[in-house]
Design a protein around this ligand. Sequence first.
Ligand SMILES: N[C@@H](CCC(=O)N[C@@H](CS)C(=O)NCC(=O)O)C(=O)O
Length: 271
Amino acid sequence: MLSTYYLKDDLLESTIFSFLITATKHKISKYVLDHILICKEYSVNNISLKITTEGTFSMNNESLHIYGPLFSPFVKTVILVCEEKGLNYTAGLTIKGEEVPFKSEQHLKLHPAGKVPILFHNDFMLCETVAICRYLDQVFPHTPMQPEDIYERALHDQWCSLLAGEFILPLIHNYLLEFAFPKGENGQVRMDKVKEAEPLLLNTLTKLNNELETGKTFGQSIFTIADALIIPILAYLHGLPHGAEHLKQFSYLQDYITKMLNQPSCVKLLK
Ligand SMILES: N[C@@H](CCC(=O)N[C@@H](CS)C(=O)NCC(=O)O)C(=O)O
């Protein structure tokens, strides 16, 4: 067992803290609990870490809330970031425990474009998925989700913009929404609308597949914000027989989806 003397050493304490953070997705073994941890709560730089007797642990006791419906791919992106970082968070169409309906007057006052997600971190409020993810990555810098190298980071930013601004929304509006909220007779999916959206779908998948082939952006050694942006949409597609059929033509995308869906945060949220 480590003595209290050692745990008072800042360096060692932060080393243990980093070790625990890195292990966020794994349950801590009884051996580690018995032999290494002598206290059950750590706090470094105002981030606290609680370890339960079962060996699981959770980060931060600050208030972190994501406003938005859980089925929204953009809300899922922010949740994935919180999961990757082992943060405690709440999510849903509530604010401070009160229901705030989507597009209600209160919602429209909070987001200039009336969209979700909106992040509430203590008294700070922030809109726009990529801005939220970058903010979280900066405030909770353990488990980094952006490349360190200046050029790699710039390219990562480029892809985050492309995904959030160009690729994801048209896919949602023209293709996925038809399956999620079918508007045909008796709630049937309007296959003519789906057919109309196919060129856009195939075009987007081709671009993503080509980028994956370069091996430079997605699915690298760290799970990035760009991965968190694209995987919720790909998981939806993969889960639709119609989408899965199209995905078969794109081998890099198929491999990427399989790899990403084994990531613990994705197993929890997307499978
Ligand atoms: N630019 C926004 C887009 C988010 C977005 O479009 N969210 C959808 C839900 S998945 C939404 O709020 N849609 C409502 C609308 O388009 O009015 C962001 O990156 O956060």
